[in-house]
Design a protein around this ligand. Structure first.
Ligand code: ATP
Ligand code: MG
Ligand code: MG
Ligand code: MG
Length: 571
């Protein structure tokens, strides 16, 4: 490709609303353009990255025996009513009506449609196992779609669905996908970790997330450096907090600044009836009043206790001098989204009540921790029985972690998620096949998502510097850019650049020839922003000595390469 006939439009400034690096850099590099909140046009350079990610995912899915099809974005409500998710899904599910007032949804995932396909297409055990996938646009009406491609409303996902005869075979399909995911993220060139995870609104009994490691990630991962134990804190929340009381606490406390206890943060996570929860809140706030130091109390409540429900529970005097905060109010109070926390205001005693946002609350704790606050431990409420450390076993992914192991903590971006579904959807939609004994049996299912567009953003969050993006070769928009110095002035430079360009194209390298008449400084800055892994500078001075300059994006210094060896140095 020649830059003069391509569309390159970089910006000096990122839009004010872009508050994560990937959003800023993708916008500045002209890879995405916003159309509406959480809805973007993938511009040519951005689309190339997405296609490369898609291709790697497609190749590895095919290699693992999955079969590609394409299901629609618009799906009839009937199937969603059948599965129960029309009721359960909540506000993230975008519901639309056609001209006849019939209900439809824009798919957030495709369990319903694929199970409908399966019940019509799969008749006999002889057809199993089967794994169908597609790479398709998803829509989720996210509450705060403000991180560019990290959390879009419209985004691209690969989702696969496996069908098996029995649980053992379904487990084998799950393991196969797990292995395929390891290959995919390794090929993408990203540092990642597979962690045990919560099953969320998809349902099912077992799941793992694939997390790209990045300081700006919204998720927190707890892992044991000495064993295979790794879990999303969403799942590990209770054990982690318990661990804080015991042997493992040093790991976390180390990250705080012990000599600067500006405020205390006390957290409790209660998987208990509402009355117990309320009692604990009272105990916690009573204790808070007696303290001299300002205290922030975090009550982590897993469950569906709405604020109104809690307020209506005759919590006499509770509101006096304290503040209830919903998740939205947390944003307002602290000026940042949970997971992207800035400094906490230590002067405000706050009671935070979180419905099923344990992960966010834990991010909050650790965010505060990182700001130097002293984390004192866990208040489980005086008369509530203490959970046992042995609970740790409930969250491990197969080989239980030995009790009391030291846990480390790390931020990540969820880029993939595999679920063992069992018969959750096949039962709801009555998807059966005839088993070896001639009797109908329910299909055993698994489902497997990969956030194609989120991977592009995650790669940037993990790999960037002050000048811009630093793409892994496998997903860079172009692998090499040739920058001729004085394209319009020197025929020698033009010829050398053209020759190298032709040779690289013939060798199958994705190369950009920058034949624009712009200043070298501007040209270099633009390609550094875009993050092309290799830049070759062709100039009169070097050519006189028979050399080109080869600059790897991730290296400090450039290398001088003899013209004749340039091709082998790159390919
Ligand atoms: P999150 O916890 O970030 O909201 P999720 O758990 O809701 O994600 P899944 O239902 O597991 O997401 O979907 C599979 C994959 O789709 C995720 O692992 C992620 O990579 C991607 N994904 C989910 N939501 C979004 C989004 N709003 N924008 C971009 N990618 C997304
Ligand atoms: Mg989600
Ligand atoms: Mg998640
Ligand atoms: Mg998920």
């Amino acid at each position: 490709m020649r830059a003069s006939s391509y569309h390159i439009n970089t910006l000096k400034e990122a839009p004010a609303e872009a508050d994560v690096t990937s959003h800023q850099l993708m916008t500045r590099a002209g890879m995405i353009r916003k159309v509406a909140g959480g809805i973007y046009t993938y511009m040519p350079l951005g689309l190339r990255v997405l296609r490369k990610i898609e291709n790697i995912v497609r190749e590895e899915m095919n290699r693992a025996g999955a079969i590609e099809l394409l299901m629609p974005v618009v799906q009839p409500a009937e199937l969603w009513v059948e599965s129960g998710r029309w009721e359960q899904y909540g506000a993230e599910l975008l519901r639309i009506k056609d001209r006849h007032q019939r209900d439809f949804v824009l798919q957030p995932t495709s369990e319903e449609v694929i199970t409908d396909i399966a019940r019509n297409e799969i008749h006999s055990w002889r057809q199993l196992p089967l794994n169908f996938y597609h790479i398709q646009t998803k829509f989720r009406d996210e509450r705060r779609p403000r991180f560019g491609l990290m959390r879009g409303r419209e985004f691209t996902m690969k989702d696969a669905y496996s069908f098996d005869r029995d649980a053992a075979s379904a487990q084998a399909s799950y393991d196969l996908m797990y292995q395929a995911y390891i290959k995919i993220f390794t090929r993408l060139g990203l540092e990642f970790r597979a962690v045990a995870a919560d099953t969320g609104s998809i349902g099912g009994s077992r799941s793992h997330e694939f997390q790209v490691i990045a300081d700006t990630g919204e998720d927190l991962i707890v892992y044991n450096p000495d064993s295979d134990y790794a879990a999303n804190i969403e799942l590990a929340a209770a054990p982690t907090l318990i661990a804080l009381r015991g042997a493992a606490s040093e790991t976390l406390v180390e990250t705080a600044t012990p000599d600067a206890p500006k405020c205390e943060i006390v957290a409790a996570q209660l998987k208990r009836p509402l009355t117990d929860t309320v009692k604990a809140i009272v105990l916690a706030t009573e204790a808070a009043d007696g303290k001299a130091a300002p205290t922030i109390w975090l009550l982590l409540i897993r469950g569906d206790h709405s604020l109104n429900e809690i307020k209506a529970s005759k919590l006499a005097g509770f509101e006096n001098g304290h503040r209830f905060a919903t998740e939205d109010e947390i944003l307002d109070t602290f000026g940042c989204v949970p997971g992207y926390l800035g400094p906490v205001n230590p002067r405000k005693p706050v009671v935070v009540i979180a419905d099923h946002t344990v992960a966010h609350m834990n991010n909050f704790i650790c965010g505060a921790n990182r700001e130097g606050f002293h984390y004192t431990g866990v208040n489980w409420g005086r008369d509530l029985p203490e959970p046992q450390v042995a609970d740790l076993r409930n969250v491990t992914a197969g080989d239980p972690d030995p009790q009391g192991g030291h846990l480390a903590i790390q931020r990540g971006i969820e880029v993939g998620h595999v679920f063992f579904l069992g018969d959750k959807y096949s039962k709801a939609l009555d998807a059966t096949f005839l088993d070896t004994d001639g009797k109908p049996a329910l299909l055993q299912m698994g489902c497997y998502g990969i956030g194609i567009s989120r991977i592009a953003a995650a790669a940037i969050e993990q790999r960037h510097d002050a000048r811009g993006m630093v793409w892994p070769k496998a997903i860079a928009p172009y692998e090499v850019v040739i920058c001729p110095m004085g394209w319009n002035k020197s025929e020698t430079v033009r010829n050398a650049a053209e020759t190298l360009y032709r040779e690289l194209e013939q060798a199958g390298v994705e190369v950009m020839l920058d034949d624009r008449d712009i200043r070298p400084g501007v040209m270099f800055a633009e390609w550094e922003l875009i993050g092309v892994p290799v830049r070759i500078t062709v100039g009169d001075r070097g050519l006189k000595e028979g050399i080109l300059e080869l600059q790897a994006r991730s290296d400090e210094a450039a290398a001088k390469v003899p013209v004749a060896e340039a091709l082998t140095a790159i390919v």
